[in-house]
Design a protein around this ligand. Structure first.
Ligand code: SF4
Ligand code: SF4
Ligand code: SF4
Length: 270
């Protein structure tokens, strides 16, 4: 686990999307073509993607009071799980820990999608490359997996998304300090009329690198309290079969992806 942690205080987020833009700018990520109502309510673009590594989600979690619905504005990125499902299943060991943060080595990734399926938070996504072949057909090729790397790649002391947050909804400091702060905020929220205010990320997957303060229970935000872990025995078995099959792929990513799919189907009952 990283020594430091992010704190996301959803009760303070104003939805300005400064974090989303700062991440794109710092990491040289392009904008996305979107529709106005691309996701729930005012969420745009609709979800995290290979080129959007943090994402501001807008939705009401409680409409029981029509004149005063409780809105949620969530800043979502990789939670940097201490025991990361994505890392456990990656057949190429492309996912590793750097100072406790979960990072993808782009030189090793083959775009097999194992991490995408293993992450219960739907964080990583495989980029697509678009080509036109000699016959003029539009071809889409799967490329590599991408997600937030906690600003460890294009390194900086304070992550870009945190530095721009104008409302104090995003903080970054030693994990124990962030937990103390989250506990204080939950007390304040309870006193302010939110009896179910809670903290997410203390225990899930051995502790998350992102501690989130919520006005209600995690379930209201689609955050699982007891998220499932991957079956490590099965994952290791699949990786062993893959290690054998991939020796015949001459390092070609498309063949490696095929070898991974074959390994998965051969070990599905392992
Ligand atoms: S949130 Fe998903 S992508 Fe991030 S470390 Fe956890 S399992 Fe991996
Ligand atoms: S796409 Fe496959 S090879 Fe690439 S990081 Fe994910 S699991 Fe590893
Ligand atoms: S920590 Fe860095 S890479 Fe991750 S979402 Fe924030 S700006 Fe983007």
């Amino acid at each position: 686990m990283a020594e430091k942690a992010f704190l996301v205080d959803t009760s303070k987020c104003q939805g300005c999307r400064g974090c989303q833009v700062a991440c794109k700018q710092w990491n040289g990520l392009p904008g996305e073509k979107t529709e106005f109502f691309a996701g729930p309510e005012y969420t745009n673009p609709g979800k995290l993607s290979a080129i959007t590594w943090n994402h501001v989600i807008f939705f009401p979690i409680d409409r029981s009071n029509e004149t005063r619905p409780i809105w949620t504005i969530m800043h979502k990125k990789c939670f940097h799980c201490a025991e990361a499902n994505c890392m456990a299943v990656c057949p190429e060991k492309a996912i590793y820990k750097k100072d406790g943060w979960t990072v993808i080595d782009q030189d090793k990734c083959i775009g097999c999608g194992a991490c995408v399926h293993a992450c219960v938070y739907n964080v990583p996504e495989i980029a697509e490359k678009h080509h036109t072949n000699d016959a003029g057909q539009h071809i889409i090729v799967k490329d590599r997996s991408h997600k937030c790397n906690a600003c460890t790649q294009n390194e900086r002391e304070i992550p870009a998304c945190v530095t721009v947050c104008p409302s104090g909804a995003l903080l970054y400091d030693y994990r124990n300090k962030m937990i103390d702060y989250a506990q204080k905020r939950v007390k304040e929220l309870k006193a302010d009329g939110y009896p179910n205010a809670s903290i997410y990320g203390l225990d899930q997957y051995g502790g998350l690198g992102v501690i989130t303060v919520l006005r209600d229970k995690p379930e209201k935000y689609d955050l699982p309290v007891n998220p499932p872990k991957v079956d490590h025995v099965k994952a290791e078995h699949t990786k062993d079969v893959y290690a054998l099959l991939s020796t015949a792929t001459m390092g070609i990513p498309a063949l490696k992806r095929f070898a991974y799919r074959a390994s998965k189907s051969l070990t599905k009952d392992a």
